[in-house]
Write a protein that binds this ligand. Sequence first.
Ligand SMILES: [Zn+2]
Length: 428
Amino acid sequence: MKILIKNANLISMDLKKEKMQKNIDILIENNKIKKIEKSIQEKADKIIDAKNKIVMPGLINTHCHVPMSIFRETVDGLTTQDWLTQKIWPMEDKLTNEDIYYASMLSYIEMIYTGCTTVNDMYFMQEEIVKAALDTGIRLEVSRTLMDSDGKGDQKLKELEEFIDKYKNKYDLISLNVGIHGLYTNSEEYIKKGIEIAKKNHLKVNMHFCENSQEVEDIKEKYNVKSVLDPLEKYFKDVPLILAHSVKLTDEEIERLSKLNVSIAHCPVSNLKLGCGIAKVSKMLEKNICVSLGTDGQGSGSNLDMFEEMKFSALLQKGTLENPEAMPAYEVLKMATINSAKALSLEDKIGSIEEGKLADLIIVNLENVPYARPYNNILAELVYNTKGENVETTIINGKILMENKKILLKFSPEEIYKKCEDIIKRIS
Ligand SMILES: [Zn+2]
């Protein structure tokens, strides 16, 4: 299958190239980007005219709990702890495999609709999350999340190891990591076991870290340490880490963090909604820490629109630092694309539009969008005036999953909305 995209305004996120190139053609062959040139004269099975539109890499969400789509808007007015213990955990106990499948489907439809092509998940009943990803064609990084505070830790370790044996290197679209819920929800011994599994299988660890002040206090007490960095330095020295949030860190702790093999999944909307605070992203970038973007689950993050996360990321840093030069638009775009690919160790495959890379890309159409005209600065338009709904076409692994806003799946999205409404009615 060959797809030829013509006349695009290309924002490739290839850091060696100009930030935007005009009138470019892109030839996709099977699942790869074969050629990027002006006026490609090759025959193709499908031609898409992208005149006056923007072609950019598919966005990459590095922190999410995919099946939590069904918990959208259940948190307003609650603290994180009350929300989890009183609302979410009792409902999660009632979820069946089929529920997880349909709830995941809803998130994947939302991703395709808003131009997100890869997601890093942290949840359980992961085989259903994988099945739904394969049925939709979404790129997924996934784990069986470890947590032993409920006394069922050993069972989870067993499930994780079986999952890794069964799925490692099996599908192009699926990569794995070791999800550890957090330092505060796990014993030291259990954390060590999780790290062992990661090392044995050459996988990253994906973990929540310092989301709020309470968590910082809990970690200090549980590990009997002065700084939250102490347990990280002690146990995670030689394992790559993706840390979600990292809101409550001092400058000195950020300095120490920069010495580890770590990337941060910044989730500004969720952090604001749960009243957690604002991560010092500019400081982290200054220290050469790879900062990527995540939405968190819809329960706390509301939706999976990565354009929204980009806008919040930029505005929050400018505002809190009282510095309009903080977080230029291109830096923010990097966070949602190439930095996110690096965080998932997939930068050789995705995160930018380059010949030889996998064809994960989106077409944004701002032509009839009054709040984006005139086009004075396309990079800034993408960060400040573009919404997920302005994504017109989504291509993942060389497959068109949405064209002209029409989602091309075997089932209708309406079926999935209905299934998810039935699930939440039943379990709440
Ligand atoms: Zn989370």
